[in-house]
Design a binder for this molecule. Structure first.
Ligand code: NAP
Length: 252
């Protein structure tokens, strides 16, 4: 049987590739055979070194994904580097914490612009290129437990990640006919910069840990299997679905 998880000769764009889950997913896709276009705000030295060890190519694009003009820039740079696009992982995301009663317009807009607006328009630009190529494509959006749950003190994050799950379904519906599969991964509580404040708060941290059946925080490596699955032929009849990678959090 052919290896249906093989990503040889594929090109994957990963946004927010310099650290955390984005770094873990870029590495996993490279280990499965893909060349990587890594988008970040600064040179992603650590990710570059990790991917060099896999023998795959890595092209760095410096861009602020919260700005609309970054979208065409990233697609153009990726095409100039590799001449084709196959996989897009919309990973870059931020969180702002404050009580809903005090939450500012800036904290609303900053999070919505990056976490959901950029996801939509990056997907649109990628899909235009893939449709022009006449080849299949795989889009993997990064959702959250707060695509399913309300959360607390993170109103724009909850709105954005609920939006990511909805947009994932809408795009899957419209683009399946073009051979573009759009799915999402909803990470649970993962040990990255995103959750640094939570993990530093002893009370919240032990509450969270006590509720995770797997009994530990997730790691970037926990994203490896799911992202390769959703990027590969192994998931060719999976459309519009959000996979929770949460150590059982949602099952409680
Ligand atoms: P992280 O370590 O903070 O990584 C976020 C990534 O996004 C970083 O590479 C960051 O780059 C990048 N980024 C932020 N703003 C950007 C911008 N304007 N333009 C381009 N890149 C930007 O956190 P993470 O946990 O790996 O988060 C990755 C994704 O998973 C996010 O969408 C997050 O919401 C989601 N997620 C995380 C968890 C969790 O528990 N950790 C749970 C559910 C969902 P810089 O280093 O330059 O800031």
């Amino acid at each position: 049987m052919n290896n249906m998880f093989d990503l040889s000769n594929k090109v994957a764009i990963v946004t927010g590739c310099n650290t955390g889950l984005g770094q873990g997913m870029a590495l996993a896709l490279a280990n499965a055979g893909a060349d990587i276009v890594g988008v970040s705000r600064e040179i992603p030295s650590e990710t570059m070194a990790l991917i060099a060890n896999t023998g795959r190519k890595f092209h760095s694009v410096i861009a602020d994904m919260s700005k609309m003009d970054s979208i065409d820039h990233v697609i153009k740079e990726a095409m100039d580097a590799f001449g084709q696009l196959d996989i897009l992982v919309n990973n870059a995301g931020i969180i702002r914490r404050n009580d809903a009663i005090d939450f500012s317009e800036k904290d609303w807009d900053d999070v919505m612009d990056l976490n959901v607006k950029a996801v939509f328009f990056m997907s649109q630009a990628f899909a235009k290129q893939v449709i022009a190529q006449g080849t299949p494509g795989n889009i993997i959006n990064i959702a959250s437990m707060l695509s399913y749950q309300g959360g607390i003190r993170v109103p724009s994050y909850t709105a954005s990640k609920s939006g990511v799950m909805g947009v994932t379904k809408l795009l899957a519906n419209e683009w399946a006919k073009h051979g573009i599969n759009v799915n999402a991964i909803a990470p649970g509580y993962m040990a990255t910069n995103n959750t640094e404040a939570l993990r530093a708060d002893e009370e919240r941290s032990s509450e969270i840990l006590g509720r995770i059946p797997a009994g530990r925080w997730g790691t970037p490596n926990d994203m490896a299997g799911p992202v390769v699955f959703l990027a590969s032929d192994a998931s060719c009849y999976v459309n519009g679905y959000t996979i929770a990678v949460d150590g059982g959090w949602l099952a409680r």
